[in-house]
Design a protein around this ligand. Structure first.
Ligand SMILES: Nc1ncnc2c1ncn2[C@@H]1O[C@H](COP(=O)(O)OP(=O)(O)OP(=O)(O)O)[C@@H](O)[C@H]1O
Ligand SMILES: [Mg+2]
Length: 250
């Protein structure tokens, strides 16, 4: 079943205009199917993602992570194409990953350096930043997330929630135009969950957020409900949650 709700006009939704210089680039999925071990885990997906705040919800195993991993070329479609700002993830994944950052559900996959500050500096160095500019960028991100006290800590010794915030910091430091979050709040306590929610709300970047945390998405412009490998609903948060509850209660 596929139910489409027309999205309301941007201006009427009061969507903030993207600031100059960080104008997000659209993401297009055309005829995308992903096959894993002979099964289609995502089928015939056609999407244009242009809104600033997009949530992806759905049951366990419905295909949410598969869908969002396509957006920066972490995963390539078996059939069809994914384009970011006109570039294809099949041929330009490296350039696309600078535009589309990804915050993993498990921060262990993201943190690479022994010290927190080194981990954040690592990505920024790859962008060519050095010296005072590099330090200022790292410090600003730590402060923004309220984790400046973790700056000199050893990454391996952080708690799960602290790691999740450091993983987000390591993506923010790269200043991508879109940030994809795959279940960003699973390890966070109430305070850090609210802090993360505020951080996402304040981002200049586009955010695509996979979550089971339905409280998080009330203000989003668009919600995709993934069900059995298809986009079963595409619309505003209220009706999307209603649709999702209908599926979950079956
Ligand atoms: N590497 C793989 N090999 C085989 N099957 C896979 C692979 N990755 C994912 N799948 C299957 O694809 C389906 C969709 O998985 P996906 O991780 O996208 O679900 P999800 O919606 O993110 O679920 P959750 O809410 O539990 O994170 C599942 O049935 C999963 O078992
Ligand atoms: Mg998942």
């Amino acid at each position: 079943m596929s139910i489409k709700h027309p999205l309301r006009d941007r201006s009427r939704r009061g969507e903030p205009a993207a600031p100059l210089g960080t104008a997000p680039t659209g993401i297009r999925l055309s005829g995308v199917t992903v096959t894993r071990e002979g099964q289609d885990v995502l089928q015939d997906v056609d999407l244009s993602l242009d809104e600033q705040r997009i949530a992806v919800i759905g049951l366990n195993g419905s295909g949410k992570s598969t869908l969002v991993r396509l957006l920066n070329g972490l995963l390539l479609p078996t059939r069809g194409a994914v384009q970011v700002g006109g570039l294809s993830t099949a041929t330009d994944a490296k350039r696309i990953r600078r535009q589309v950052g990804f915050v993993f559900q498990n921060p262990e996959n993201q943190i690479v350096m022994p010290l927190v500050a080194e981990d954040l500096a690592f990505g920024a160095k790859n962008l060519g930043l050095r010296g005072a500019e590099l330090t200022a960028r790292v410090d600003a991100v730590l402060e923004r997330l309220g984790i400046s006290h973790l700056r000199e800590r050893e990454s391996y010794a952080l708690s799960g929630g602290e790691k999740q915030l450091v993983a987000l910091a390591s993506v923010l430091v790269m200043e991508p135009s879109t940030i994809v979050f795959d279940e960003p709040t699973t390890m966070l306590d109430r305070r850090n969950r609210r802090r993360l929610q505020a951080t996402i709300d304040e981002l200049d970047q586009r955010a695509v957020v996979v979550t089971h945390d339905l409280d998080l998405i009330g203000g989003y412009q668009r919600v995709l409900v993934v069900h059995e490998g298809r986009i079963a609903f595409d619309g505003a948060p209220g009706p999307a949650v209603e649709f999702y509850c209908g599926i979950s209660d079956r």
